[in-house]
Design a binder for this molecule. Structure first.
Ligand code: AHR
Length: 653
């Protein structure tokens, strides 16, 4: 008997010593104390037309400067023969410039134009492309036609069709052309064949296979990548582009709806690239507010539009006169009210009618609106209050989001938070672009937030590994995963979170890191993408309390953890990040279960990499992806081997 007790005692001592050495870690999960609701829109996405995110990216148009209204009217085009710019009696007055193509004099070359696309045009073998053009006969002749050619990067024709222009008034012509080769850097070439002359405008080329097969549609692979995140909220259209380089170039949603040909061109706030200042970045508004609302609906996310508060980008404009005086805010406030009507109003209302005519009689069920992006100073609250009063009076159920400025702390931030409380906004948008260590150090950031305040919207965040070229490396993803346990634990006060920015074209970016990279043919999901996806698919419905030594697990010994209860699946979902190098043996005691309750293990996944600088590349896109893993449940104890540098998700039914 003595011998038996001695063995037990020895085993207990060994376990104690092992635990002291960091061998076994004991977490407690109280299965009775289901806490605050996790908002169904907790994990979402933030879209901005930066890095060719819309034009040249998600918006599937392949022709750059399709209506010849860039300030340099032929930017993106090469022309030969008799090609003239015109703007008299244009078919689309908001985009007035069009081209006249005439039969060249006998000593000139053939009349032709060719477009370079957005850093090339991506063609896929056997896919079809819809070419469309508005045209009319200017000087009629017997046979007047366009020969349209898809060209590869070696200048070979890989698809060809002819189109007769047969009307003396402006008309839309459409043909489809099949590509017989794949090429990421193709061009579009158009010859004019015939005597006399014709006029053309809005020269467009889309893949026919767009997201949901829509005309004027979205690139399918990129939209699918958004859908696959299972986002709960979709913030759009920016970012700084909401504010504009100046007020004239702010995102004006009213210009982004209605007939696509007549949406006026806007200079993009990000009109430069990382490598050169070639100023070819414009917003066609082809992907406008109607398309944004539709996309939000398609991917099952709450739409969250942000509108201008009358302040031009404050990074670019320090002088008071760059902004709208408070007394003259009327039209801006009206824009916000009209936007709510556009989204939710009946078909009989002015703006509900516009939505209906565009194809969506049902309302979009808008619940949130953001007023201003990254604003600061007293200029902001004194304008915001005007919007709040007008919106509350007309639409009391719409939740209003205010800004806490461009950084997560400091005087500006504190001042704005005080003001947001005073103005009683519903949510406060916080932005943090910080190094990985900041994310690791701040997992407890919201543990001490005032619970009587407006809720938090982490509207733009990303871990910037500045020492390593701001790559979307594993370290940045792991540190975000760790920080996000703190967002989840505090879901009573943190109601929404959106990583930023969303997209970047590999040949035309201004900002990194970014969630999704792409070229003209492929999509590349970063490790950060998979972290967001794991949260998006494992959001649960309520916070569940998980502790270590009675404290939240927010970085002690490199460990981070949070847990949720999922009312649909009737399971707990535990998220654990081990940011340290060494494996950790973790026991989670599932306390408080009913007598006779049996815990079983559901699906478990993990991300792990020994190399913190590892990235996914176009050559090796699946280097860092979630993988199935497992754990052990014995009675009410879940034992996990949390490998060094890992993020794991464990379901307990
Ligand atoms: O996401 C890129 C930019 O970062 C956004 O436009 C702006 O809001 C922030 O400064």
């Amino acid at each position: 008997m003595m011998k038996y007790f001695f063995v037990i005692f020895l085993a207990a001592c060994m376990q104690f010593i092992y635990a002291q050495q960091g061998g076994i870690v004991e977490f407690e999960l109280d299965t009775r104390k289901i806490g605050a609701a996790v908002q169904p829109y907790m994990w979402g996405i933030f879209f901005e037309d930066i890095n060719f995110g819309a034009d040249g990216g998600l918006y599937a148009e392949l022709v750059k400067n399709r209506s010849f209204d860039f300030p340099q009217n032929l930017m993106g085009w090469r022309v030969a023969g008799d090609v003239r710019l015109r703007s008299d009696n244009p078919p689309f007055p908001n985009n007035p410039v069009y081209l006249q193509l005439s039969a060249p004099d006998h000593d000139k070359r053939r009349t032709a134009i060719d477009n370079e696309g957005f850093r090339g045009i991506g063609y896929k073998k056997d896919e079809t492309y819809r070419f469309s053009v508005w045209a009319k006969r200017e000087i009629p002749a017997e046979s007047q036609k366009l020969v349209v050619e898809l060209i590869n990067s070696r200048n070979d024709v890989i698809g060809r069709q002819e189109l007769s222009i047969d009307d003396d008034t402006w008309k839309l012509y459409e043909i489809t052309i099949k590509a017989n080769e794949t090429d990421a850097k193709g061009r579009l070439r158009i010859f004019y064949v015939g005597q006399g002359s014709i006029c053309i405008d809005h020269v467009s080329l889309f893949p026919t296979d767009t997201w949901k097969g829509r005309k004027n549609g979205l690139r399918k692979d990129l939209a699918q990548a958004l859908y696959d995140l299972n986002p709960g909220v979709f913030r759009f259209p920016g970012g700084c582009i909401v504010e504009g380089t100046d007020l004239a170039t702010r995102y004006d949603w009213k210009k982004s709806v209605g007939q696509v040909e007549n949406r006026p061109l806007n200079q993009n706030r990000w009109n430069y690239t990382h490598s050169r200042h070639d100023f070819d970045y414009f917003q066609s508004y082809g992907m406008g507010f109607y398309e944004f609302f539709l996309l939000a609906k398609d991917i099952g996310a709450e739409p969250l539009p942000i509108v201008s508060v009358g302040l031009a980008c404050q990074f670019e404009n320090t002088e008071e006169h760059a902004h709208v005086p408070v007394a003259e805010l009327g039209p801006y406030v009206q824009d916000a009210l009209d936007l709510i009507e556009f989204a939710n109003g009946p078909a009989t209302s002015t703006w509900g009618k516009v939505r209906t005519e565009m194809g969506h009689p049902e309302p979009f069920d808008l619940k949130f609106i953001g007023i201003g992006n990254e604003q600061w100073g007293k200029e902001y609250p004194e304008r915001l209050v005007v919007f709040i009063e007008a919106i509350r009076a007309k639409y009391p159920n719409i939740k209003i989001i205010g800004s806490s400025g461009p950084g997560p702390d400091g005087e500006r931030f504190d001042y704005l938070w005080t003001e947001m409380k005073r103005l009683k906004v519903d949510l406060v948008d916080e932005h943090y672009y910080r190094p990985p260590q900041w994310f690791l150090d701040n997992a407890a950031r919201y543990d001490t937030y005032d619970r009587k305040s407006p809720a938090v919207f982490a509207g733009e965040y990303a871990s910037h590994d500045r020492d390593n070229g701001r790559e979307n490396n594993y370290l940045s993803a792991l540190s975000e995963a760790a920080f996000m346990t703190g967002l989840e634990r505090n879901a009573d006060i943190v109601h929404m979170c959106t990583y930023a920015p969303l997209f970047a074209h590999i040949d035309a970016w201004q900002w990194k890191p970014d969630l999704i990279w792409f070229d003209n043919l492929n999509v590349l999901k970063t490790p950060n993408y998979y972290v967001q996806q794991l949260y998006g698919h494992n959001a649960g419905s309520h916070v569940a309390p998980i502790t270590w030594n009675k404290k939240p697990i927010a970085g002690q010994d490199g460990l981070y953890a949070s847990a949720v209860w999922d009312e649909n699946e009737k399971c707990f979902i535990v998220k654990i990040v081990n940011a340290g190098k060494e494996d950790k043996n973790i026991r989670i005691n599932l306390n408080g279960a009913r007598r006779g309750a049996v815990f079983t293990l559901g699906d478990c996944v993990k991300m792990q990499n020994n190399n913190l600088q590892a990235i996914n590349t176009f050559e090796q896109p699946f280097g860092i992806v979630p993988q199935k893993t497992t754990a052990l449940i014995d009675g009410n104890v879940l034992t996990i081997n949390a490998e060094g540098q890992s993020f794991g998700i464990y379901k307990i039914k």
